[in-house]
Design a protein around this ligand. Structure first.
Ligand SMILES: *[C@@H]1O[C@H](CO)[C@@H](O)[C@H](O)[C@H]1NC(C)=O
Ligand SMILES: *[C@@H]1O[C@H](CO)[C@@H](O)[C@H](O)[C@H]1NC(C)=O
Ligand SMILES: *[C@@H]1O[C@H](CO)[C@@H](O)[C@H](O)[C@H]1NC(C)=O
Ligand SMILES: *[C@@H]1O[C@H](CO)[C@@H](O)[C@H](O)[C@H]1NC(C)=O
Ligand SMILES: *[C@@H]1O[C@H](CO)[C@@H](O)[C@H](O)[C@H]1NC(C)=O
Ligand SMILES: *[C@@H]1O[C@H](CO)[C@@H](O)[C@H](O)[C@H]1NC(C)=O
Length: 930
């Protein structure tokens, strides 16, 4: 442990001993008597040496210009010492060097929005002049160093959006000038120290999105300058201390998503008069909403979603600044008369954007005044209440509505045609009500609509063909109504339909239009329980994204079209209870089905025996009189003997061949096993560190030793999911690279699994060889996962393309350059690795993260592709559909889905070009300039 002197004495020691020189030369001296400006220069260079700087902004930090002119550096005018360092948003990586502590005149350090990792060095505590420390939006981990408490001039500490952890140090309570303590989105645990009530200057305390817990300390009530108190998304328990409700300066109080209980003080509206932002959502608060709330005329946000509040909704009459009112999922209302009066008190809130009061007990008719709500309204939800009466046509006034949710009420009458005026509507949910009459044609005007659900009403008449003009629809749900007539062919032109289309439980008749084949993005089509007749259109085979197809309980006839064999992604297919006939097609065996319904039809002939037909519980066949064969569980009669006999004789011939071949194979297998056993024994004698499957066995302990306790000297890289160390196993002196996964990153564990999975079965000279993996717990009992690779002496390609200048000295060495031949060889190596992954593995593998930093070079400059953390496997089915040019589909990125086949083509053509361009760029430039 270092025992640093307090900032003051470090500084005053040289001052007092060299005071005369100081006075004479008018310069400020740094530690050890070196002129202070020199200390600063060295400290900055040391700081730079620990950075990676892909944009090269720190190239200006060189000897040719004075450090006060270096990018991001500000010096004091008189003494030429660094007073501010502003390196925000520069894509910098690496660690914060402890040398930062030698910039003793520093007042502001801003390195926000970069990729710094590892710890905040305790040496920051030497910066006693520091006023602003902005480390937010990096990947820093470890605790807040308690030494920060010695920076007693600190006014603002912003360390949000990092991966910092541990308890909040009580020592910080001595920072009497601190105004902003912004900690949100880290992994801090434990309570808020009660002593933070001493931070008398504090204006903003932000701890949202951590894992803090315990009671909220009532000493926080002492913070009489506090304006913002954000405690949301933690694990706080108990009640909010009453002292908090007495901080009359409070403008924002956010305790969302904790486990708080209790009710709100009835005088809240008087004790917190300037409140603008009040968020109590996702807790267990009970009791009524205080009447005095209506006094808060500055309120812009009122959120009490998901609590157990009871009684009436408050009056919002005086709150003309309101933007969001969210009071859903409580027990409000229930008196019938006057329940919805609060809606009319919102008509003067001319900035209102969101109004949700779903899942309460509000009763009564929808008041006409809702059409007087501000036209700024974008989102309205009254889902799951007991609203009744009709939906007023004046709803069409709210022309900026984007989401309108009214599911699960008792609203009756027609859907007003004025709904067509809501041109910006994206989501319209009117399901589970009592709407009757026809669907208005004006719905076709809603060209931005993506989600339309009218299910479980009593709508009648035909489906309006104008709906086809809703060209953005992803989801269409008309199920469980009384709709009749044919499904208009125009509906099938909505090629954006992808999530699902549900027409079930209506009285629809006629044929399924041929145009159904246009629904190429549709995943689920539900037609069940109608009276649709005719043959199943063969065009249905073009719906290649189909996963679930439910056509049961209709009047379909004819045979199953062979084109359905193209639906390679289909999982559930139900054709039960129709009038289908003919043989059950063989191709159903080859589809990757999880359930198949063919019951209650008129199928005949032999039941196939492969694929889904091997699973009797997933296949229903009952009620087909002329089927035979299949699994015994189907209890079908044996097929007539003509064919089977021939099959029998063939079988006996086969049996002879099969048995002799398998005998030979068996013998071979035994020999191989014996050989392997022998090898094992030999090897065991050689090195006891090999485990039984030929992999090295390594423990956390041995990795700790090999990497010198994961020391930063051995740190050779940091990837998206963890750190990479160089290590040497002393039992065989092998040099390895150890990738330690940062399990705090939620994707890291997944990445570990996918990397193990990917590397288990693949071997290629141009892929990085994994020696073994280690998964267990470290000495603190935390999960620990690491992958151990061959060590690549020449580092990553990235390092060659963008050499990092470590110090001034190495700068003078000739920079490493790749020759054209080497570049060519590297690209051939990378290409053959990809060819192997894409075309020669059992399951094609897509790397998904190919970039120079993932290409490593060995001592002979052979390239090896590594880092399989984002790898994807392509299922067999999609691979075939790629080969079939007829099934090519556009890349529908906007639907949130790119067909896997497309990813593959993208990967091998488009993604590689920039990669190679990148690789040769330097070389080309060099040639051109020559
Ligand atoms: C540091 O200050 C001394 C004395 O003023 C001066 O001679 C020297 O050139 C300065 N060096 C730098 C790097 O500014
Ligand atoms: C030093 O930085 C300056 C300013 O960016 C630049 O013009 C100059 O080329 C750099 N010198 C060296 C040797 O890199
Ligand atoms: C963060 O940095 C990136 C560049 O690294 C920049 O594009 C982005 O605008 C920055 N974000 C903010 C909020 O400053
Ligand atoms: C800070 O300055 C001290 C005294 O000159 C020196 O010993 C130390 O190496 C410097 N620290 C760093 C990290 O540069
Ligand atoms: C920090 O990250 C958050 C969340 O990613 C983002 O909203 C914010 O703009 C970022 N701030 C800066 C300064 O980059
Ligand atoms: C809206 O404001 C007007 C003018 O200030 C006032 O007369 C009216 O009563 C208010 N209406 C509501 C519902 O608050």
């Amino acid at each position: 442990m270092e025992l640093p002197l307090p900032c003051r004495s470090r500084f005053f020691f040289p001052i007092s001993s060299l005071i005369i020189i100081t006075l004479l030369s008018c310069s400020v001296l740094g530690v050890n008597g070196i002129p202070g400006n020199e200390t600063d220069r060295l400290a900055l260079l040391e700081f730079k040496a620990f950075l990676s700087d892909p944009l090269g902004v720190l190239d200006s930090w060189n000897i040719t210009i004075h450090f006060c002119q270096w990018y991001g550096v500000t010096c004091g005018r008189r003494h030429r010492r660094v007073i501010a360092l502003d390196l925000r948003s520069l894509n910098l990586g690496g660690i914060i060097s402890p040398s930062i502590g030698n910039l003793t005149f520093l007042r502001v350090l801003n390195i926000q929005n970069n990729s710094f990792h590892s710890r905040i060095p305790p040496e920051v505590g030497h910066l006693y002049r520091l006023r602003g420390l902005h480390l937010n939006n990096n990947s820093l981990d470890g605790p807040i160093p308690p030494s920060l408490s010695r920076c007693f001039n600190l006014v603002i500490l912003r360390i949000h959006f990092n991966m910092l952890a541990g308890n909040l140090p009580t020592e910080l309570s001595s920072l009497s000038k601190l105004k902003g303590l912004i900690l949100y989105a880290n992994g801090f645990t434990g309570p808020i120290p009660g002593s933070y009530g001493n931070l008398s200057s504090l204006v903003n305390l932000g701890t949202t999105r951590n894992e803090l817990g315990g009671m909220i300390p009532d000493t926080l009530g002492n913070l009489q300058n506090l304006k913002v108190l954000s405690l949301g998304a933690n694990n706080f328990v108990g009640t909010i201390p009453t002292s908090i409700f007495n901080i009359s300066s409070l403008e924002s109080l956010d305790v969302t998503k904790n486990q708080l209980v209790g009710s709100l003080p009835s005088d809240l509206g008087f004790t917190l008069p300037v409140l603008q932002f009040l968020s109590f959502g996702l807790n267990h608060f009970t009791g009524p909403i205080p009447k005095t709330l209506s006094n808060l005329s500055d309120l812009t946000l009122f959120n009490i979603n998901r609590n157990n509040f009871t009684g009436e909704a408050p009056s919002f009459q005086k709150m003309n600044e309101l933007r969001r009112v969210t009071i859903g999922s409580n027990h409000l209302g229930g008196r019938q008369v006057g329940d919805l009066d609060f809606l009319c008190t919102l008509t003067n809130s001319t900035k209102l954007e969101t109004l949700t009061f779903h899942s309460n007990n509000f009763k009564g008719n929808i008041p006409e005044c809702i059409s007087n709500l501000s036209t700024t309204l974008k989102s309205f939800s009254s889902v799951k209440n007991m609203l009744s009466g009709g939906l007023p046509g004046t709803i069409g006034n709210l022309i900026n509505l984007e989401q309108f949710f009214m599911d699960g009420n008792n609203i009756s009458g027609n859907i007003p045609s004025e709904i067509g005026n809501l041109a910006r509507l994206k989501q319209l949910y009117l399901g589970w009500n009592e709407f009757s009459e026809e669907i208005p044609h004006t719905m076709g005007n809603l060209s931005m609509l993506t989600h339309l659900s009218l299910r479980s009403n009593s709508l009648q008449g035909a489906i309006p063909s104008s709906l086809s003009k809703c060209r953005s629809l992803l989801l269409l749900d008309l199920a469980d109504n009384k709709l009749s007539g044919a499904i208009p062919p125009e509906i099938m032109e909505i090629s954006s339909l992808s999530i699902y289309a549900d027409f079930s439980s209506n009285n629809l008749t006629d044929k399924l239009p041929m145009e159904v084949g246009n629904l190429k993005n549709l995943g689920i089509l539900i037609l069940q329980d109608n009276r649709i007749s005719g043959e199943i259109p063969s065009s249905l085979g073009s719906c290649i994204m189909m996963e679930n197809l439910y056509m049961q309980d209709n009047l379909f006839e004819g045979s199953i079209p062979s084109t359905l064999g193209n639906l390679k992604g289909i999982r559930n297919l139900n054709l039960s209870n129709n009038m289908l006939s003919g043989r059950i097609p063989k191709f159903l065996e080859d589809l990757n089905l999880t359930s198949l319904g063919l019951a209650l039809n008129e199928f005949e002939g032999a039941v196939p025996t492969g694929g889904i037909f091997k699973n009797a519980s997933a296949t229903s066949l009952i009620g087909n009189k002329h089927l035979c064969g299949g699994l015994a569980e189907f209890r079908l009669p044996k097929c007539n003997t003509e064919e089977p006999r021939r099959v029998g004789t063939m079988n006996s011939a086969r049996i002879i061949i099969i048995s002799s071949v398998s005998g030979l194979l068996g013998l071979l297998l035994i020999l191989v096993l014996l050989y392997i056993l022998w090898c094992k024994r030999q090897r065991k004698a050689a090195a006891s560190e090999f485990s039984r499957d030929g992999l090295w066995k390594v423990s956390y302990q041995s990795l700790l030793k090999a990497t010198n306790g994961f020391s930063s000297i051995n740190l050779i890289g940091s990837g998206s999911f963890g750190l990479v160390f160089r290590g040497v196993f002393d039992w065989n002196q092998t040099i390895v690279a150890v990738k330690v996964l940062n399990l705090k990153r939620y994707r890291a564990a997944k990445s570990f699994i996918s990397e193990c999975e990917a590397l288990r079965n693949i071997r290629h000279r141009n892929l990085v060889k994994v020696i073994t993996a280690c998964s267990g717990t470290d000495y603190q009992g935390n999960d620990f996962k690491a992958l151990i690779y061959e060590f690549m002496v020449n580092g990553s390609l990235d390092g060659w393309l963008h050499p990092i200048v470590k110090t001034i000295k190495t700068k003078e060495e000739a920079p490493r350059q790749l020759t054209l031949l080497q570049r060519l060889n590297i690209s051939i190596d990378v290409a053959s690795a990809l060819d192997y992954l894409h075309n020669q593995c059992d399951v094609p593998i897509v790397h998904c993260d190919l970039k120079p930093s993932n290409v490593l070079l060995d001592d002979e400059m052979t390239a090896h592709v590594g880092d399989f953390g984002l790898v994807r496997f392509l299922p067999e089915a999609t691979r075939e559909s790629i080969a079939d040019p007829s099934s090519s589909i556009g890349v529908k990125g906007s639907l949130g889905y790119i067909a896997p086949g497309k990813i593959k083509t993208l990967h091998s053509s488009c993604l590689l070009c920039p990669f190679f361009y990148y690789l040769f760029k330097g070389q080309m430039k060099a040639r051109l300039t020559k």
